[in-house]
Ligand binder design. Structure first.
Ligand SMILES: O=C(O)CCC(=O)C(=O)O
Ligand SMILES: [Fe+2]
Length: 335
């Protein structure tokens, strides 16, 4: 199970295993790891960058400790080694073009920016103001959640498509910080985006199947509102099961990087009236493809100025985090 994935493309990129270059401590069965002893900066050598990419693909949510030296510019410059940064956000640009500062906590399960066709592949998060208690972030593996579905439910999910939008019900989801700020909400949804995605996407670099849902889901294509609510509850509950999550209590100097194609996350709002701020850089991704080979389709809004569409890059030494992983596209016969 833990054998390195060998591919001709991978063999030509580098001969080093990620764990020869980085000190990686696995912290959860399906996702979550800590990396100590690496200084994140724009000067990292190519082999270390490839090792970091691989560790992110394997562990999905990875905490890098000891990064007190980073400021916003250095966070951005480092992130750019892992891909092409998007604009801060498709609509929220008043706080800066490159980084998105988020105040409070995003206390609702989601994958970032799923309302556009080109969902960012990776988010790099750095807390800049930490409360004296609380304010952890949680992540869930959408790969192991899919793999654990009973087969009939997997077959249903494989064929579902869902419309995601930024014009969603805040009150239903978020309760603190930015979410209660009317001006922020108005900016968030000033241009409406709607995109239809496959509910199960095939990860373009690992081949793992992952549920693509979260709080931007507006409807399942072809279903009534009440049916969407029931189906979403059923599938989201699988993602959010505590056994399927990883939780990190932040320390000074921590940076989290997650694979936005194989996870959802949640900022825990348990810090009272204290101020909390996190700064996020997102990296351009590709347009999701379902198990039947069908791509996502933009229905409203043009995300061209937000992000390029970045082609997947081969990974070196990637391994599934756990045995709860299903890979590949379906043949027409078993759809
Ligand atoms: O509040 C948090 O911990 C999570 C913030 C978040 O959702 C994000 O940075 O994308
Ligand atoms: Fe987020």
């Amino acid at each position: 199970m833990t054998a390195l994935v060998e591919s001709p493309a991978a063999a030509s990129v580098s001969l080093s295993r990620p764990t020869d270059l980085l000190t990686v401590t696995k912290l959860g069965e399906h996702l979550g790891a800590r990396v100590d002893g690496v200084r994140l900066s724009a000067d990292l050598d190519a082999a270390t960058v490839e090792a970091i990419r691989s560790v992110i693909a394997t562990h999905k949510a990875v905490i890098f400790t000891g990064q007190q030296h980073l400021d916003d510019d250095a966070q951005y410059a480092f992130a750019a080694l892992l891909g092409t940064p998007t604009k801060a956000h498709p609509t929220v640009l008043s706080r800066g073009e490159d980084l998105l500062p988020l105040e409070g906590a995003a206390n609702s399960w989601h994958t970032d920016v799923t309302f556009v066709d080109r969902i960012p592949k990776i988010s790099v998060l750095r807390p800049t103001v930490r409360p004296s208690y609380g304010g952890a972030t949680m992540w869930a593996s959408t790969v192991s959640a899919y793999a654990a579905l009973p087969l009939p439910l997997r077959a249903l999910a494989d064929q579902l498509r869902a419309v995601h939008s930024n014009d969603y019900d805040y009150a239903e989801h978020l309760t603190v910080g930015d979410s209660s700020d009317a001006a922020y909400r108005a900016e968030f949804s000033k241009t409406v985006f709607r995109t239809e995605h496959p509910v199960v996407r095939v990860h373009p670099e690992t081949g793992e199947r992952a549920l693509t849902l979260g709080h931007f889901v507006q409807s399942f294509s072809g279903f009534k509102t009440s049916e969407t609510a029931d189906l979403l509850r059923l599938l989201q509950a699988r993602i959010e099961r505590p056994d399927n999550t990883f939780r990190w209590n932040w320390n000074d100097g921590d940076v989290a990087i997650w694979d936005n194609r194989s996870t959802q996350h949640y900022g825990v709002a348990d810090f009272g009236n204290q101020f909390r701020r996190v700064n996020r850089v997102t990296l351009a991704g590709d347009v999701p493809v379902g198990v039947d080979g069908r791509r996502s389709a933009s229905l409203e809004g043009d995300a061209t100025s937000y992000s390029v569409i970045e082609s997947p890059r081969p990974l070196v030494g990637w391994e599934p985090a756990s045995e709860a992983s299903v890979t590949g596209y379906a043949s027409p016969h078993n759809l």
